[in-house]
Design a protein around this ligand. Structure first.
Ligand code: DX5
Ligand code: ZN
Length: 221
């Protein structure tokens, strides 16, 4: 299985976001993961769509927006316009999840559902035909640099089972506390996309070495 690496810009140098996107591309990562926070759903505030749009022309990499916001519907459209190919919305913020996902698809982007650590795998069972991706949080969202929650692994495995049973091509991504050591278990449970912030941008030997280390875990798994 090919495992993709998606560095989280939350851990990048915020004064040089464009250059950091370019560094991630040069390092061989597959996607840029934008953690969008509204200060309400999570107690932190990050990148608006204009910031993402400003970085878009600098790289060819796939952009994905992880929306940690209480009202994702209107914002999803803004991030698609900003150049995000994938938009990920939290099950916990969407009383009309089917409608929200359909709207993202109709706007021409890939769509996915994010599950907080406490949210059961069953919350996606009725939207499997609509999604391109499931993101299982391995920390409680809001901040980078938190400790990986291994208790979530049975849920990763359950989602993998649901994906395989669906017969559809749906990515299974994990996000939070992913390092070369925690990635192993997440991949073994069924993940095929790794979001990593601190492990990439905080690596003492630089971004290129960090991405290579995560890729090595993937190929050895
Ligand atoms: C948490 C974000 C993550 C986070 C990952 O709310 O969704 O993407 O930035 O950061 P690390 O890899 O440092 O846990
Ligand atoms: Zn994220």
């Amino acid at each position: 299985m090919v495992v993709e690496i998606a560095p989280s810009m939350l851990a990048a140098d915020a004064s040089r976001l464009g250059e950091e996107c370019q560094a991630v591309e040069a390092a061989g990562a597959h996607r840029v993961h934008w953690d969008v926070m509204d200060g309400v759903f999570v107690p932190n505030l990050t990148f608006g769509p204009d910031v993402v749009a400003a970085c878009r022309p600098l790289v060819k990499l796939h952009f994905e927006a992880h929306l940690m916001v209480v009202k994702p519907d209107e914002l999803a459209q803004r991030y698609i316009e900003a150049g995000c190919e994938t938009v990920l919305i939290h099950a916990e913020t969407c009383p009309h999840l089917h409608r929200s996902l359909s709207a993202i698809r109709e706007a021409g982007a890939r769509c996915g559902v994010v599950l907080n650590p406490h949210t059961p795998a069953s919350s996606i069972s009725e939207v499997m035909t609509l999604i391109d991706e499931v993101l299982v949080m391995t920390v409680n969202p809001g901040f980078g640099g938190q400790r990986y929650i291994a208790d979530v692994e049975p849920k990763i495995a359950a989602v993998r089972h649901m994906i395989d049973a669906s017969g559809r091509s749906i990515d299974l991504e994990v996000d939070g506390g992913i390092t070369a050591s925690t990635a192993k278990a997440a991949i073994a449970a069924g993940a095929n996309v790794l979001v990593a912030g601190s492990a990439v941008f905080g690596h003492r030997n630089g971004i290129a070495v960090a991405v290579r280390e995560l890729q090595q875990v993937s190929t050895n798994s």
